[in-house]
Ligand binder design. Structure first.
Ligand SMILES: *Cc1c(COP(=O)(O)O)cnc(C)c1O
Length: 392
């Protein structure tokens, strides 16, 4: 018999890694909405709804709030390429892999990177940013809100004020936080913010929300040179997303339907309820891991709810355990990279994937694998501790 390949091949996985997370079934269904042209009046209504919902999720009134075509890195490249001209100084806070990527992109657009280095897993001290800005002419301060490579959450409350009083713009990567943690673009004084669809918004990968403040729009308008990236040129893309609807490039229609549905789901749940859900599932997971003798990589108080970095216990084979979780339980978690390779497991609890079911199933599966690998632990300890958290 010939092997048949249906839509069920590949296997149905539970995505609990660093992203993509499992897409919500309603989002997947929305993607089969019939296509219309990019100048169809019905599509304009979809676009208006997406902009409106994005402002709600980003807690902003920024006029220029749109999804750009491409994954989170396209959002990163949009913010950097629009704001940075040759020889512009950019202060980048680096405490993980995605801070590094920002430096790389700034350099490619001719910007001068000034780095503030913080060890992986820790967060940048605002005073260091203040000091660095006093002795520089930085146009932009860039940092990552949710460092997916380490599981650390960067507090942002004070940083906008520090940047602005020193005449700099604040650029924030909210790829792994938006839809799982509060991102208060206006209150925190964020000037340019980008996210991605496949983390806490539970969409497939392929589209990324971007929002520019008035200050950021003015900075783009007062550039001396053309934006170095035609595809991501916000002045052109914004014209299509404005009432002018001037053609720039064909928008990824089905991804925009998907994003609209994902944002509607956020609105239906409500931001506060959604953040509480992410926090509770994170706490239950941490309690479960702790009861199994597994430590968290990031100290309490700086931990993300959406991405949990747990230290691989001494003597346990990281890749083997992840392989068994995938093959025997269809659960995907992430390993560490760079200096953390083989040292941490990155367990995502993002959007639709942040559920009681997933936490309890994962802890049970991990116990099954670890005990059969000879790691000794009290039976049921992880699931029991997680249940105690849920039943508090
Ligand atoms: C995933 C991620 C990105 C990159 O997004 P892609 O969708 O992989 O292009 C950027 N920043 C952070 C913090 C991320 O987690």
């Amino acid at each position: 018999m010939a092997k048949s390949y249906s839509e069920l091949s590949p296997s149905i996985r539970t995505l609990m890694g660093p992203g993509p997370s499992s897409a919500h079934p309603r989002v997947l269904r929305a993607m089969t909405t019939p296509l219309v042209g990019y100048l169809d009046p019905d599509f304009f209504k979809v676009m208006e709804e997406v902009k409106e919902l994005l402002r709600y999720v980003l807690q902003t009134t920024n006029e220029l709030t749109i999804p750009v075509s491409g994954t989170g890195s396209a959002g990163m490249e949009t913010c950097i390429s629009n704001l940075v001209e040759t020889d512009d100084e950019v202060l980048v806070c680096v405490n993980g892999y995605f801070g590094e990527r920002m430096c790389e992109i700034v350099e490619r657009y001719g910007g001068k990177v000034r780095r503030i280095e913080t060890p992986w897993g820790k967060v940048t001290e605002p005073t260091l940013i203040d000091e660095a800005l006093k002795s520089s002419r930085a146009k932009v301060v860039a940092l990552v809100h949710a460092e997916t490579s380490t599981g650390a959450r960067q507090p942002l409350e004070e940083i906008g004020k520090i940047a602005h009083k020193n005449g700099a713009l604040l650029l924030v990567d909210a790829v792994t936080s938006l839809g799982g943690h509060p991102v208060k673009a206006d209150e925190w004084g964020i000037d340019a913010c980008y996210s991605g669809s496949q983390k806490c918004l539970s969409c497939p990968p392929g589209i990324s929300p971007v929002s520019f403040s008035k200050r950021a729009v003015e900075a783009v308008d007062s550039r001396k040179t053309k934006i170095g990236n035609w595809y991501l040129d916000m002045s052109l893309v914004a014209k299509y997303w404005s009432d002018e609807h001037t053609y720039h490039h064909t928008p990824p229609t089905s991804m925009i339907y998907a994003l609209r549905e994902a944002l509607r789901l956020v609105q239906e749940e409500g931001l506060e309820a959604r953040f509480k859900r992410h926090e509770l599932n994170h706490r239950a997971l941490v309690a479960g891991l702790d009861a199994m003798g597994i430590k968290m990589f990031v100290e309490e108080g700086s931990r993300l709810w959406s991405l949990n970095a747990a230290c691989v216990p001494e003597g346990v084979d990281d890749a083997r355990v992840r392989g068994r979780l995938l093959n025997e339980f269809n659960i995907e978690i992430g390993g560490g990279f760079g200096a953390l390779k083989g040292k941490v497991w990155r367990i995502g609890l993002m959007g639709y994937s942040s559920s009681k079911n997933n936490v309890l199933m994962f802890l049970g599966a991990l116990e099954n694998v670890l005990t059969s690998e000879g790691y000794s632990l009290k039976p049921g300890a992880g699931v029991g501790a997680a249940n105690s958290t849920y039943n508090e």
